[in-house]
Design a protein around this ligand. Structure first.
Ligand SMILES: Nc1nc2c(ncn2[C@@H]2O[C@H](COP(=O)(O)O[C@H]3[C@@H](O)[C@H](n4cnc5c(=O)[nH]c(N)nc54)O[C@@H]3COP(=O)(O)O)[C@@H](O)[C@H]2O)c(=O)[nH]1
Length: 526
Protein backbone atom coordinates (compact mmCIF):
# COMPACT_ATOMS: atom_id res chain seq x y z
CA UNK A 1 0.00 0.00 0.00
CA UNK A 2 1.38 3.40 -0.96
CA UNK A 3 2.28 5.84 1.85
CA UNK A 4 -0.41 8.31 0.84
CA UNK A 5 -3.07 5.61 0.62
CA UNK A 6 -2.00 4.16 3.95
CA UNK A 7 -2.13 7.61 5.54
CA UNK A 8 -5.61 8.32 4.16
CA UNK A 9 -6.76 4.87 5.18
CA UNK A 10 -5.33 5.30 8.68
CA UNK A 11 -6.96 8.72 8.94
CA UNK A 12 -10.38 7.34 7.99
CA UNK A 13 -10.02 4.33 10.32
CA UNK A 14 -8.68 6.60 13.08
CA UNK A 15 -11.64 8.98 12.79
CA UNK A 16 -14.01 5.99 12.77
CA UNK A 17 -12.22 4.49 15.76
CA UNK A 18 -12.60 7.77 17.62
CA UNK A 19 -16.17 8.48 16.55
CA UNK A 20 -17.72 5.02 16.83
CA UNK A 21 -17.43 4.64 20.63
CA UNK A 22 -18.72 8.22 21.01
CA UNK A 23 -21.72 7.49 18.83
CA UNK A 24 -22.32 4.21 20.69
CA UNK A 25 -21.99 6.02 24.05
CA UNK A 26 -24.49 8.67 22.95
CA UNK A 27 -26.93 6.02 21.72
CA UNK A 28 -26.61 4.23 25.08
CA UNK A 29 -27.12 7.54 26.87
CA UNK A 30 -30.30 8.12 24.83
CA UNK A 31 -31.49 4.67 25.81
CA UNK A 32 -30.54 5.29 29.47
CA UNK A 33 -32.33 8.67 29.51
CA UNK A 34 -35.41 7.16 27.94
CA UNK A 35 -35.37 4.16 30.30
CA UNK A 36 -34.95 6.49 33.28
CA UNK A 37 -37.91 8.65 32.18
CA UNK A 38 -39.97 5.53 31.58
CA UNK A 39 -39.09 3.99 34.94
CA UNK A 40 -39.80 7.21 36.85
CA UNK A 41 -43.15 7.88 35.17
CA UNK A 42 -44.12 4.24 35.61
CA UNK A 43 -43.30 4.41 39.33
CA UNK A 44 -45.50 7.53 39.64
CA UNK A 45 -48.38 5.92 37.75
CA UNK A 46 -48.15 2.75 39.84
CA UNK A 47 -48.04 4.85 43.00
CA UNK A 48 -51.24 6.64 42.02
CA UNK A 49 -52.89 3.29 41.25
CA UNK A 50 -51.70 1.92 44.57
CA UNK A 51 -53.13 4.95 46.42
CA UNK A 52 -56.34 4.63 44.45
CA UNK A 53 -56.60 0.94 45.43
CA UNK A 54 -55.84 1.87 49.03
CA UNK A 55 -58.59 4.53 48.96
CA UNK A 56 -61.07 1.97 47.66
CA UNK A 57 -60.01 -0.53 50.32
CA UNK A 58 -60.42 2.13 53.02
CA UNK A 59 -63.91 3.00 51.75
CA UNK A 60 -64.89 -0.71 51.79
CA UNK A 61 -63.51 -1.11 55.30
CA UNK A 62 -65.22 2.10 56.50
CA UNK A 63 -68.60 1.03 55.11
CA UNK A 64 -68.17 -2.38 56.75
CA UNK A 65 -67.46 -0.74 60.10
CA UNK A 66 -70.41 1.63 59.80
CA UNK A 67 -72.73 -1.26 59.05
CA UNK A 68 -71.36 -3.50 61.76
CA UNK A 69 -72.71 -1.54 64.76
CA UNK A 70 -76.30 -1.33 65.95
CA UNK A 71 -78.47 0.62 63.49
CA UNK A 72 -78.52 4.35 64.24
CA UNK A 73 -80.89 7.07 63.26
CA UNK A 74 -79.74 8.61 59.90
CA UNK A 75 -77.85 11.87 60.42
CA UNK A 76 -78.19 11.56 64.19
CA UNK A 77 -75.32 12.81 66.34
CA UNK A 78 -74.50 9.14 67.13
CA UNK A 79 -74.28 8.21 63.46
CA UNK A 80 -72.14 11.27 62.61
CA UNK A 81 -69.87 10.46 65.57
CA UNK A 82 -69.42 6.88 64.30
CA UNK A 83 -68.63 8.25 60.83
CA UNK A 84 -66.03 10.64 62.31
CA UNK A 85 -64.27 7.75 64.03
CA UNK A 86 -64.13 5.84 60.75
CA UNK A 87 -62.75 8.89 58.92
CA UNK A 88 -60.12 9.45 61.60
CA UNK A 89 -58.85 5.92 61.10
CA UNK A 90 -58.37 6.26 57.35
CA UNK A 91 -55.75 8.27 55.56
CA UNK A 92 -57.48 8.95 52.22
CA UNK A 93 -61.04 9.78 53.35
CA UNK A 94 -61.74 13.37 54.37
CA UNK A 95 -65.36 12.84 55.40
CA UNK A 96 -68.42 10.67 55.39
CA UNK A 97 -72.05 11.45 54.74
CA UNK A 98 -75.47 9.94 54.60
CA UNK A 99 -77.35 9.63 51.29
CA UNK A 100 -80.96 9.42 50.50
CA UNK A 101 -81.01 8.42 46.83
CA UNK A 102 -78.91 11.08 45.15
CA UNK A 103 -79.30 13.60 48.00
CA UNK A 104 -76.55 14.05 50.54
CA UNK A 105 -78.44 14.59 53.74
CA UNK A 106 -75.58 15.30 56.15
CA UNK A 107 -71.80 14.93 56.42
CA UNK A 108 -69.04 14.88 58.97
CA UNK A 109 -67.50 17.91 57.27
CA UNK A 110 -70.21 20.55 57.57
CA UNK A 111 -73.79 20.97 58.72
CA UNK A 112 -76.21 21.38 55.80
CA UNK A 113 -79.19 23.62 56.04
CA UNK A 114 -80.79 21.61 53.26
CA UNK A 115 -79.82 18.30 51.59
CA UNK A 116 -77.31 18.61 48.74
CA UNK A 117 -78.67 17.24 45.47
CA UNK A 118 -75.81 15.43 43.74
CA UNK A 119 -77.66 14.65 40.51
CA UNK A 120 -77.26 11.48 38.49
CA UNK A 121 -74.03 9.63 39.42
CA UNK A 122 -71.08 10.20 37.11
CA UNK A 123 -70.08 6.54 37.36
CA UNK A 124 -71.81 3.42 38.58
CA UNK A 125 -69.31 0.68 39.09
CA UNK A 126 -70.08 -2.01 40.26
CA UNK A 127 -73.88 -1.52 40.33
CA UNK A 128 -74.14 -0.57 44.00
CA UNK A 129 -71.22 1.90 44.01
CA UNK A 130 -72.09 5.33 42.69
CA UNK A 131 -69.53 8.03 42.15
CA UNK A 132 -69.61 11.77 41.66
CA UNK A 133 -66.68 13.96 40.83
CA UNK A 134 -66.06 17.69 41.43
CA UNK A 135 -68.73 18.13 44.09
CA UNK A 136 -68.87 21.45 45.98
CA UNK A 137 -70.08 21.07 49.53
CA UNK A 138 -71.77 23.84 51.52
CA UNK A 139 -69.61 24.92 54.41
CA UNK A 140 -66.37 24.02 52.60
CA UNK A 141 -65.97 26.81 50.08
CA UNK A 142 -63.33 26.63 47.34
CA UNK A 143 -62.90 22.82 47.47
CA UNK A 144 -64.25 20.12 45.22
CA UNK A 145 -64.66 16.55 46.34
CA UNK A 146 -65.22 13.12 44.90
CA UNK A 147 -68.03 11.20 46.48
CA UNK A 148 -68.10 7.44 46.46
CA UNK A 149 -71.34 5.96 47.71
CA UNK A 150 -72.12 2.46 48.92
CA UNK A 151 -75.94 2.52 49.13
CA UNK A 152 -76.66 5.07 51.91
CA UNK A 153 -73.06 5.72 52.94
CA UNK A 154 -71.08 8.37 51.02
CA UNK A 155 -67.31 8.48 51.36
CA UNK A 156 -65.96 11.96 50.70
CA UNK A 157 -62.52 12.08 49.11
CA UNK A 158 -60.22 14.97 48.30
CA UNK A 159 -59.28 13.86 44.76
CA UNK A 160 -55.83 15.43 44.85
CA UNK A 161 -54.82 13.33 47.86
CA UNK A 162 -54.33 10.30 45.65
CA UNK A 163 -52.41 12.18 43.04
CA UNK A 164 -50.44 14.58 45.20
CA UNK A 165 -47.29 12.57 45.22
CA UNK A 166 -45.22 15.23 43.49
CA UNK A 167 -43.80 18.26 45.15
CA UNK A 168 -45.41 21.62 44.46
CA UNK A 169 -42.82 22.73 41.91
CA UNK A 170 -42.88 19.57 39.89
CA UNK A 171 -43.73 20.05 36.23
CA UNK A 172 -44.65 16.42 35.71
CA UNK A 173 -48.23 15.55 34.85
CA UNK A 174 -50.40 12.84 36.37
CA UNK A 175 -53.98 12.02 35.46
CA UNK A 176 -56.27 9.19 36.46
CA UNK A 177 -59.00 8.38 33.98
CA UNK A 178 -61.74 5.79 34.32
CA UNK A 179 -65.02 4.52 32.94
CA UNK A 180 -66.64 4.22 29.54
CA UNK A 181 -66.57 6.74 28.03
CA UNK A 182 -63.45 7.74 29.93
CA UNK A 183 -63.88 10.47 32.58
CA UNK A 184 -61.18 12.35 34.36
CA UNK A 185 -61.04 11.16 37.97
CA UNK A 186 -58.24 13.37 39.09
CA UNK A 187 -55.51 15.30 37.33
CA UNK A 188 -52.52 17.41 37.92
CA UNK A 189 -50.56 19.17 35.18
CA UNK A 190 -51.25 18.54 31.51
CA UNK A 191 -53.64 15.99 30.08
CA UNK A 192 -54.57 15.85 26.39
CA UNK A 193 -57.70 13.96 25.37
CA UNK A 194 -55.90 12.72 22.23
CA UNK A 195 -53.61 10.67 24.48
CA UNK A 196 -56.58 8.34 25.07
CA UNK A 197 -56.22 7.16 21.45
CA UNK A 198 -52.78 5.68 22.30
CA UNK A 199 -54.22 3.48 25.05
CA UNK A 200 -55.84 0.16 24.27
CA UNK A 201 -56.13 -1.37 27.73
CA UNK A 202 -52.49 -2.43 27.92
CA UNK A 203 -49.49 -0.63 29.44
CA UNK A 204 -48.23 1.87 26.88
CA UNK A 205 -45.56 4.50 26.28
CA UNK A 206 -45.68 7.09 23.56
CA UNK A 207 -44.38 10.48 22.59
CA UNK A 208 -46.27 13.37 21.06
CA UNK A 209 -44.95 16.72 19.94
CA UNK A 210 -44.35 17.94 23.50
CA UNK A 211 -44.59 15.02 25.90
CA UNK A 212 -43.38 11.57 26.67
CA UNK A 213 -46.27 9.67 28.24
CA UNK A 214 -46.47 6.41 30.16
CA UNK A 215 -49.89 4.78 30.72
CA UNK A 216 -50.49 2.08 33.30
CA UNK A 217 -53.92 0.46 33.84
CA UNK A 218 -55.26 -0.55 37.25
CA UNK A 219 -55.22 -4.28 37.91
CA UNK A 220 -59.02 -4.50 37.53
CA UNK A 221 -58.87 -2.49 34.29
CA UNK A 222 -61.42 0.06 35.54
CA UNK A 223 -59.12 3.06 35.35
CA UNK A 224 -55.71 4.04 34.14
CA UNK A 225 -53.07 6.59 35.01
CA UNK A 226 -51.30 8.79 32.47
CA UNK A 227 -47.92 10.04 33.71
CA UNK A 228 -46.14 12.51 31.46
CA UNK A 229 -43.06 14.65 31.26
CA UNK A 230 -42.04 17.14 28.61
CA UNK A 231 -39.61 16.12 25.90
CA UNK A 232 -37.22 18.74 27.28
CA UNK A 233 -37.24 16.87 30.58
CA UNK A 234 -36.44 13.61 28.76
CA UNK A 235 -33.63 15.44 26.94
CA UNK A 236 -32.34 16.57 30.34
CA UNK A 237 -32.19 12.96 31.53
CA UNK A 238 -30.41 11.98 28.28
CA UNK A 239 -27.93 14.80 28.84
CA UNK A 240 -27.12 13.60 32.36
CA UNK A 241 -26.75 10.01 31.10
CA UNK A 242 -24.48 11.36 28.35
CA UNK A 243 -22.28 13.01 31.00
CA UNK A 244 -21.83 9.57 32.54
CA UNK A 245 -21.42 7.62 29.30
CA UNK A 246 -19.51 10.00 27.04
CA UNK A 247 -16.23 10.11 29.01
CA UNK A 248 -16.00 6.30 28.71
CA UNK A 249 -16.86 6.52 24.99
CA UNK A 250 -14.26 9.25 24.58
CA UNK A 251 -11.64 7.21 26.43
CA UNK A 252 -12.32 4.08 24.35
CA UNK A 253 -12.36 6.20 21.16
CA UNK A 254 -9.06 7.85 22.01
CA UNK A 255 -7.50 4.47 22.86
CA UNK A 256 -8.73 2.95 19.59
CA UNK A 257 -7.60 5.96 17.58
CA UNK A 258 -4.21 5.77 19.31
CA UNK A 259 -4.03 2.08 18.44
CA UNK A 260 -4.80 2.86 14.79
CA UNK A 261 -2.19 5.61 14.86
CA UNK A 262 0.41 3.25 16.36
CA UNK A 263 -0.35 0.50 13.83
CA UNK A 264 -0.18 3.01 10.96
CA UNK A 265 3.06 4.45 12.30
CA UNK A 266 4.42 0.97 12.72
CA UNK A 267 3.47 0.13 9.15
CA UNK A 268 4.88 3.37 7.86
CA UNK A 269 7.99 3.18 9.93
CA UNK A 270 8.49 -0.48 9.05
CA UNK A 271 8.35 0.50 5.43
CA UNK A 272 10.79 3.30 6.07
CA UNK A 273 13.02 0.86 7.93
CA UNK A 274 12.93 -1.57 4.99
CA UNK A 275 13.81 1.26 2.60
CA UNK A 276 16.73 2.27 4.78
CA UNK A 277 17.84 -1.36 5.10
CA UNK A 278 17.86 -1.68 1.31
CA UNK A 279 19.90 1.49 0.98
CA UNK A 280 22.37 0.32 3.63
CA UNK A 281 22.61 -3.14 2.01
CA UNK A 282 21.58 -4.88 5.22
CA UNK A 283 20.01 -7.83 3.42
CA UNK A 284 22.05 -10.88 2.56
CA UNK A 285 21.39 -14.36 1.23
CA UNK A 286 21.99 -17.83 2.59
CA UNK A 287 21.75 -20.82 0.27
CA UNK A 288 20.22 -24.12 1.27
CA UNK A 289 21.48 -27.09 -0.79
CA UNK A 290 19.02 -29.13 -2.84
CA UNK A 291 19.97 -32.81 -3.14
CA UNK A 292 19.15 -35.30 -5.88
CA UNK A 293 17.80 -38.21 -3.83
CA UNK A 294 18.66 -40.74 -6.52
CA UNK A 295 22.44 -40.33 -6.32
CA UNK A 296 22.99 -37.84 -3.50
CA UNK A 297 24.48 -35.04 -5.57
CA UNK A 298 23.78 -31.41 -4.82
CA UNK A 299 21.88 -30.03 -7.79
CA UNK A 300 21.59 -26.47 -6.61
CA UNK A 301 20.35 -24.32 -3.72
CA UNK A 302 17.48 -22.16 -2.61
CA UNK A 303 18.37 -18.52 -1.94
CA UNK A 304 16.94 -17.46 1.44
CA UNK A 305 17.05 -13.86 2.46
CA UNK A 306 18.12 -12.54 5.90
CA UNK A 307 18.18 -9.01 7.29
CA UNK A 308 21.23 -8.10 9.31
CA UNK A 309 19.99 -5.01 11.13
CA UNK A 310 22.37 -2.27 12.15
CA UNK A 311 21.79 -3.24 15.83
CA UNK A 312 23.33 -6.64 15.07
CA UNK A 313 20.07 -8.63 15.11
CA UNK A 314 19.54 -11.02 12.18
CA UNK A 315 15.84 -10.89 11.29
CA UNK A 316 14.34 -14.01 9.64
CA UNK A 317 12.23 -13.57 6.49
CA UNK A 318 9.07 -14.82 8.20
CA UNK A 319 9.15 -11.53 10.14
CA UNK A 320 9.76 -8.98 7.40
CA UNK A 321 8.64 -10.61 4.12
CA UNK A 322 4.90 -10.54 5.02
CA UNK A 323 5.31 -6.89 6.14
CA UNK A 324 7.22 -6.09 2.95
CA UNK A 325 4.39 -7.67 0.94
CA UNK A 326 1.80 -5.61 2.78
CA UNK A 327 3.71 -2.33 2.58
CA UNK A 328 4.42 -2.62 -1.15
CA UNK A 329 8.17 -3.13 -0.64
CA UNK A 330 8.43 -6.73 -1.79
CA UNK A 331 9.30 -5.96 -5.42
CA UNK A 332 12.21 -3.81 -4.33
CA UNK A 333 13.40 -6.59 -2.02
CA UNK A 334 13.07 -9.23 -4.77
CA UNK A 335 14.99 -6.96 -7.14
CA UNK A 336 17.71 -6.75 -4.49
CA UNK A 337 17.66 -10.58 -4.08
CA UNK A 338 18.18 -10.96 -7.85
CA UNK A 339 21.15 -8.57 -7.71
CA UNK A 340 22.64 -10.45 -4.74
CA UNK A 341 22.19 -13.81 -6.53
CA UNK A 342 23.88 -12.32 -9.61
CA UNK A 343 26.81 -11.24 -7.44
CA UNK A 344 27.00 -14.33 -5.16
CA UNK A 345 26.34 -17.11 -7.64
CA UNK A 346 28.28 -16.03 -10.74
CA UNK A 347 31.38 -18.06 -9.90
CA UNK A 348 29.41 -21.10 -8.67
CA UNK A 349 27.26 -21.30 -11.79
CA UNK A 350 30.34 -20.90 -14.02
CA UNK A 351 32.09 -23.73 -12.17
CA UNK A 352 28.95 -25.90 -11.93
CA UNK A 353 26.85 -25.08 -14.99
CA UNK A 354 24.31 -27.81 -14.17
CA UNK A 355 23.42 -26.43 -10.75
CA UNK A 356 20.55 -24.10 -10.11
CA UNK A 357 19.64 -21.30 -7.75
CA UNK A 358 15.99 -21.18 -6.65
CA UNK A 359 14.58 -17.74 -5.86
CA UNK A 360 11.36 -17.05 -3.96
CA UNK A 361 8.84 -14.84 -5.72
CA UNK A 362 5.87 -13.24 -4.01
CA UNK A 363 2.50 -12.65 -5.62
CA UNK A 364 3.34 -9.07 -6.56
CA UNK A 365 6.57 -10.18 -8.29
CA UNK A 366 4.54 -12.54 -10.44
CA UNK A 367 2.22 -9.73 -11.44
CA UNK A 368 4.94 -7.24 -12.26
CA UNK A 369 5.92 -6.54 -15.87
CA UNK A 370 9.49 -5.82 -14.67
CA UNK A 371 10.04 -9.41 -13.51
CA UNK A 372 11.08 -10.69 -16.95
CA UNK A 373 13.61 -7.96 -17.59
CA UNK A 374 15.05 -8.37 -14.06
CA UNK A 375 15.51 -12.12 -14.62
CA UNK A 376 17.19 -11.48 -17.96
CA UNK A 377 19.50 -8.98 -16.28
CA UNK A 378 20.32 -11.58 -13.60
CA UNK A 379 21.47 -14.29 -16.04
CA UNK A 380 23.28 -11.71 -18.13
CA UNK A 381 25.16 -10.31 -15.14
CA UNK A 382 26.28 -13.64 -13.72
CA UNK A 383 26.98 -15.18 -17.11
CA UNK A 384 24.56 -18.04 -16.42
CA UNK A 385 21.87 -19.70 -18.51
CA UNK A 386 18.18 -19.27 -17.79
CA UNK A 387 17.84 -22.98 -16.83
CA UNK A 388 20.16 -22.23 -13.88
CA UNK A 389 17.39 -20.24 -12.27
CA UNK A 390 14.25 -21.71 -10.67
CA UNK A 391 11.45 -19.38 -9.70
CA UNK A 392 9.59 -20.54 -6.60
CA UNK A 393 6.03 -19.25 -6.61
CA UNK A 394 3.72 -19.88 -3.66
CA UNK A 395 0.11 -20.97 -4.12
CA UNK A 396 -1.03 -17.52 -3.05
CA UNK A 397 1.17 -16.05 -5.77
CA UNK A 398 -0.87 -17.92 -8.32
CA UNK A 399 -4.14 -16.64 -6.96
CA UNK A 400 -4.59 -14.02 -9.71
CA UNK A 401 -4.32 -16.54 -12.53
CA UNK A 402 -4.68 -14.17 -15.49
CA UNK A 403 -1.61 -12.09 -14.63
CA UNK A 404 0.54 -14.88 -13.16
CA UNK A 405 -0.17 -17.39 -15.92
CA UNK A 406 1.04 -15.02 -18.66
CA UNK A 407 4.28 -14.10 -16.90
CA UNK A 408 5.08 -17.70 -15.90
CA UNK A 409 4.47 -18.92 -19.46
CA UNK A 410 6.81 -16.27 -20.90
CA UNK A 411 9.48 -16.97 -18.26
CA UNK A 412 9.38 -20.69 -19.04
CA UNK A 413 9.59 -20.00 -22.77
CA UNK A 414 12.86 -18.21 -22.05
CA UNK A 415 14.20 -21.33 -20.29
CA UNK A 416 13.72 -20.37 -16.64
CA UNK A 417 12.18 -23.11 -14.57
CA UNK A 418 9.23 -22.71 -12.24
CA UNK A 419 8.36 -24.48 -9.00
CA UNK A 420 5.19 -24.24 -6.98
CA UNK A 421 6.19 -23.74 -3.35
CA UNK A 422 4.35 -24.77 -0.18
CA UNK A 423 1.95 -26.88 -2.24
CA UNK A 424 -0.94 -28.28 -0.21
CA UNK A 425 -0.97 -25.48 2.38
CA UNK A 426 -3.44 -23.39 0.40
CA UNK A 427 -6.60 -24.24 -1.46
CA UNK A 428 -5.19 -25.21 -4.86
CA UNK A 429 -6.79 -28.17 -6.50
CA UNK A 430 -5.25 -30.58 -8.96
CA UNK A 431 -7.31 -29.18 -11.84
CA UNK A 432 -6.29 -25.63 -10.91
CA UNK A 433 -2.62 -26.58 -10.82
CA UNK A 434 -2.91 -28.27 -14.21
CA UNK A 435 -3.67 -24.90 -15.82
CA UNK A 436 -0.14 -23.64 -15.06
CA UNK A 437 3.14 -24.28 -16.88
CA UNK A 438 5.33 -25.66 -14.09
CA UNK A 439 8.47 -27.76 -13.70
CA UNK A 440 8.63 -28.60 -10.00
CA UNK A 441 6.28 -29.11 -7.15
CA UNK A 442 7.74 -28.48 -3.69
CA UNK A 443 6.31 -30.71 -0.97
CA UNK A 444 5.82 -28.49 2.07
CA UNK A 445 7.71 -29.24 5.27
CA UNK A 446 4.42 -29.70 7.13
CA UNK A 447 3.76 -32.90 5.14
CA UNK A 448 7.33 -34.11 5.54
CA UNK A 449 7.53 -33.61 9.33
CA UNK A 450 5.38 -36.60 10.29
CA UNK A 451 6.23 -38.85 7.39
CA UNK A 452 6.12 -42.46 8.58
CA UNK A 453 4.69 -41.41 11.97
CA UNK A 454 1.34 -39.83 11.37
CA UNK A 455 -0.81 -41.83 8.91
CA UNK A 456 -2.86 -38.84 7.69
CA UNK A 457 0.25 -36.68 7.00
CA UNK A 458 1.91 -39.61 5.29
CA UNK A 459 -1.19 -40.22 3.20
CA UNK A 460 -1.38 -36.52 2.33
CA UNK A 461 2.28 -36.51 1.26
CA UNK A 462 1.68 -39.55 -0.95
CA UNK A 463 -1.39 -37.88 -2.38
CA UNK A 464 0.67 -34.81 -3.31
CA UNK A 465 3.31 -37.08 -4.86
CA UNK A 466 0.50 -38.65 -6.92
CA UNK A 467 -0.65 -35.20 -8.06
CA UNK A 468 2.87 -34.20 -9.09
CA UNK A 469 3.32 -37.46 -11.01
CA UNK A 470 0.01 -37.11 -12.80
CA UNK A 471 1.02 -33.59 -13.91
CA UNK A 472 4.50 -34.75 -14.97
CA UNK A 473 6.17 -32.45 -12.40
CA UNK A 474 9.45 -33.17 -10.66
CA UNK A 475 9.31 -33.00 -6.87
CA UNK A 476 11.45 -31.23 -4.27
CA UNK A 477 10.66 -32.15 -0.67
CA UNK A 478 11.52 -29.45 1.85
CA UNK A 479 12.28 -29.59 5.54
CA UNK A 480 13.76 -33.11 5.44
CA UNK A 481 15.35 -33.56 8.85
CA UNK A 482 15.81 -37.31 9.23
CA UNK A 483 17.24 -40.12 7.18
CA UNK A 484 13.94 -41.98 7.59
CA UNK A 485 12.04 -39.12 5.93
CA UNK A 486 14.67 -38.98 3.20
CA UNK A 487 14.35 -42.73 2.53
CA UNK A 488 10.54 -42.73 2.48
CA UNK A 489 10.53 -39.81 0.03
CA UNK A 490 13.17 -41.35 -2.20
CA UNK A 491 11.33 -44.71 -2.20
CA UNK A 492 8.10 -42.91 -3.09
CA UNK A 493 9.81 -41.49 -6.18
CA UNK A 494 10.53 -37.94 -4.99
CA UNK A 495 13.56 -36.79 -6.99
CA UNK A 496 14.93 -33.89 -4.92
CA UNK A 497 14.99 -32.75 -1.31
CA UNK A 498 16.37 -30.03 0.93
CA UNK A 499 16.53 -29.95 4.70
CA UNK A 500 18.75 -29.93 7.73
CA UNK A 501 19.65 -33.61 7.20
CA UNK A 502 21.64 -32.46 4.16
CA UNK A 503 22.54 -28.92 5.11
CA UNK A 504 21.15 -25.76 6.70
CA UNK A 505 21.02 -22.48 4.74
CA UNK A 506 24.68 -21.33 4.40
CA UNK A 507 26.75 -18.56 2.85
CA UNK A 508 27.69 -18.91 -0.81
CA UNK A 509 31.34 -19.75 -0.02
CA UNK A 510 30.18 -22.66 2.19
CA UNK A 511 27.77 -23.82 -0.48
CA UNK A 512 30.57 -23.92 -3.05
CA UNK A 513 32.60 -26.06 -0.65
CA UNK A 514 29.54 -28.23 0.12
CA UNK A 515 29.04 -28.89 -3.59
CA UNK A 516 32.71 -29.63 -4.09
CA UNK A 517 32.62 -32.19 -1.32
CA UNK A 518 29.23 -33.66 -2.17
CA UNK A 519 29.61 -33.89 -5.93
CA UNK A 520 33.33 -34.70 -6.05
CA UNK A 521 34.65 -38.17 -6.70
CA UNK A 522 34.56 -38.94 -2.96
CA UNK A 523 30.86 -38.06 -2.55
CA UNK A 524 28.72 -40.38 -0.35
CA UNK A 525 25.40 -41.48 -1.61
CA UNK A 526 22.47 -40.56 0.69
N1 LIG B 1 9.58 -13.58 -1.18
C1 LIG B 1 10.64 -14.13 -0.58
N2 LIG B 1 10.44 -15.04 0.40
C2 LIG B 1 11.53 -15.55 1.00
C3 LIG B 1 12.82 -15.18 0.65
N3 LIG B 1 13.68 -15.87 1.44
C4 LIG B 1 12.97 -16.63 2.23
N4 LIG B 1 11.65 -16.46 1.99
C5 LIG B 1 10.53 -17.13 2.60
O1 LIG B 1 10.54 -16.96 3.98
C6 LIG B 1 10.05 -18.14 4.60
C7 LIG B 1 10.99 -18.62 5.70
O2 LIG B 1 12.24 -18.85 5.16
P1 LIG B 1 13.45 -19.30 6.07
O3 LIG B 1 13.29 -18.75 7.45
O4 LIG B 1 14.67 -19.02 5.31
O5 LIG B 1 13.21 -20.83 6.21
C8 LIG B 1 13.56 -21.66 5.10
C9 LIG B 1 14.48 -22.72 5.58
O6 LIG B 1 15.46 -22.23 6.44
C10 LIG B 1 13.54 -23.67 6.25
N5 LIG B 1 14.04 -25.01 6.27
C11 LIG B 1 14.63 -25.68 5.27
N6 LIG B 1 14.94 -26.94 5.69
C12 LIG B 1 14.50 -27.06 6.95
C13 LIG B 1 14.50 -28.11 7.90
O7 LIG B 1 14.97 -29.22 7.65
N7 LIG B 1 13.94 -27.85 9.13
C14 LIG B 1 13.41 -26.63 9.41
N8 LIG B 1 12.88 -26.44 10.63
N9 LIG B 1 13.40 -25.61 8.53
C15 LIG B 1 13.92 -25.83 7.32
O8 LIG B 1 12.38 -23.63 5.43
C16 LIG B 1 12.31 -22.41 4.73
C17 LIG B 1 12.29 -22.70 3.25
O9 LIG B 1 10.98 -22.58 2.88
P2 LIG B 1 10.55 -22.61 1.36
O10 LIG B 1 10.89 -21.29 0.77
O11 LIG B 1 9.09 -22.80 1.45
O12 LIG B 1 11.30 -23.70 0.71
C18 LIG B 1 9.89 -19.19 3.56
O13 LIG B 1 8.52 -19.32 3.22
C19 LIG B 1 10.64 -18.63 2.40
O14 LIG B 1 10.00 -18.99 1.18
C20 LIG B 1 12.99 -14.23 -0.40
O15 LIG B 1 14.09 -13.86 -0.81
N10 LIG B 1 11.85 -13.74 -0.98
Amino acid sequence: MRKKTLLSFALVVGVLALATPLVVAYRLAQQDGHDEANAYLESLALDVLRRSDATRAQIDMAVLLLRSGPPLLPCSEEQLARMRVVVARSSYLVGFGYLDGTRLMCSTMATFEAPVELGPPHRINPPHIWSWGGVALPGVPGALFNINAHDEYAAIIAPQLVIDILDQNSTLSLSQVGGHPPRMLRTRGVFKREWLAHYDGKPAEFTDAEHFVVVRPSHNGQNEVFAAMTRDQVEGLIRSAAWRRMPIGLLVGVLLAALVFLIARNRLSFKTELQAALKRHEFFLLYQPVIDLRHGRCTGAEALIRWHRSDGVVVPPMVFIPAAEKSGMIQKITASVLQMVARDAAQLLRDNPQTHIAINFSAEDLHSPQTESRLQALVRECGAASHNIIIEATESGLMSPEKARGILARIRQQGFRVAIDDFGTGNSSLSYLATYDLDFLKIDKSFVDDLGNDPSSTQMAFHIIQIARSLGLQMIAEGVETERQRDILRDAGVQFAQGYVFGKPMPMADLAEFIRQRNGPAVDKP
